[in-house]
Design a protein. Structure first.
Length: 120
């Protein structure tokens, strides 16, 4: 094989390997495996008590800053007060973010969320 053939072959192999690496890295990033988020933990729900219920959201991520949000809402109306109890707690990497609303006897909506604010 002449010098030009070796250069073309080297260029082709290098281009194919670089393209394969980019595709593998993109797939890894998009699936979250490369970010290590398979170990994230999220506990959420509505806890009943004798003096009312509360909504909670507990989120753990060992790799980056994160938040947990718990929400209870009531629209209000005649003789019933409006409630908008939203609690958002930020957790440092490797620590739990624990958001918990106050106790309420009646409400229309309840939600729990988690987030990685630094992810783009």
């Amino acid at each position: 094989m002449n010098k030009l053939g070796k250069k073309v072959l080297t260029f082709a192999v290098t281009t194919i390997m670089a393209t394969a690496t980019v595709f593998a890295a993109s797939a890894d990033y998009m699936s979250g495996i490369g970010l290590g988020h398979k170990a994230d933990e999220w506990e959420y729900g509505n806890q009943w008590g004798l003096n009312g219920n509360y909504q909670y959201s507990y989120f753990y991520c060992k790799n980056e800053r994160h938040t947990a949000t718990a929400i209870i809402r009531r629209a209000g109306g005649p003789g019933v007060g409006k409630i908008d109890d939203t609690v958002r707690i930020e957790g440092k990497k490797g620590k739990w973010a624990k958001a918990k609303t106050k106790r309420h006897n009646s409400y229309d909506e309840w939600h729990s969320h988690y987030n990685h604010p630094d992810m783009k």
